[in-house]
Design a protein around this ligand. Structure first.
Ligand code: ADP
Length: 212
């Protein structure tokens, strides 16, 4: 059980007496700014003493069940993965650029005829290819892509924390979510994608649960 500060005790008393009450109203009663109270309100909500509901405000929770503060370490790739955008390795650089615009993504995954992952192409790869003089319709993506076994992947069972760490360590913006078919031959099926935006959105979603 965490030891509450004097101010946190005061907040609890106010909410107990007058809840549901907004963060702004609590702040006014204590002659403080709403922003000053934000960390206290987050702590009390995480500890389970208060319940935060949008448009309703804070209510007091009897016999605090101490709902644990969920972090991205407890969230799984399976729940957050997005749709992967894939092209065949015989597709042209031109086609890949069209797909990047149509599907509004930052990277495309390249698959072979058996639909197994063989490459990744990012915006910078496409820009690099565009700097040459060759017609982009004549350059197959497999000439410019980052290829297996150098592709950094993630699985459905991994956490978002592992995904974030992997993207930062390898200086990349996205990870293909894969299911292993044969580890020795680096054969994987692509079932989704995780990007730095996925992590940022999950973070916002999780913090929203604890403040109003
Ligand atoms: P951008 O090129 O838009 O900055 P990235 O930072 O994701 O995007 O890509 C940087 C380089 O890393 C590119 O050459 C790309 O092919 C490669 N890359 C991107 N994602 C992966 C990945 N999951 N595994 C290995 N290489 C990757």
């Amino acid at each position: 059980m965490i030891k509450l500060t004097k101010r946190q005790e005061e907040i609890l008393q106010i909410v107990k007496r007058e809840g549901p009450i907004s963060g702004k109203e609590i702040a006014d009663k204590l002659s403080l700014k709403r922003a000053t109270l934000r960390p206290d309100l987050a702590i009390l909500t995480m500890a389970g003493n208060l319940e935060a509901r949008t448009k309703v405000g804070y209510t007091y929770k009897e016999g605090a069940s101490a709902e644990p503060f969920m972090t991205i370490s407890e969230q799984f790739v399976r729940e957050y993965k997005g749709h992967p955008v894939v092209v065949r390795s015989s597709s042209s650089v031109y086609d890949a650029i069209v797909q990047i615009f149509l599907k509004d993504v930052g990277a495309i995954y390249v698959v072979n005829d058996a639909s197994h992952l063989v490459g990744v192409i990012s915006r910078k790869d496409l820009l690099r290819a565009s700097m040459g003089t060759q017609d982009l319709r004549d350059i197959p993506v497999n000439v410019i892509m980052t290829r297996m076994p150098n592709i950094i992947t993630i699985t459905l069972e991994d956490t978002l924390h592992t995904a974030a760490k992997r993207m930062i360590e390898h200086h990349i913006d996205s990870l293909p979510v894969v299911q292993e078919i044969n580890k020795e031959s680096h054969t994987y099926k692509v079932v989704g994608r995780i990007t730095k935006t996925t992590i940022a959105k999950a973070y916002m979603e999780l913090s929203k649960r604890y403040t109003v």
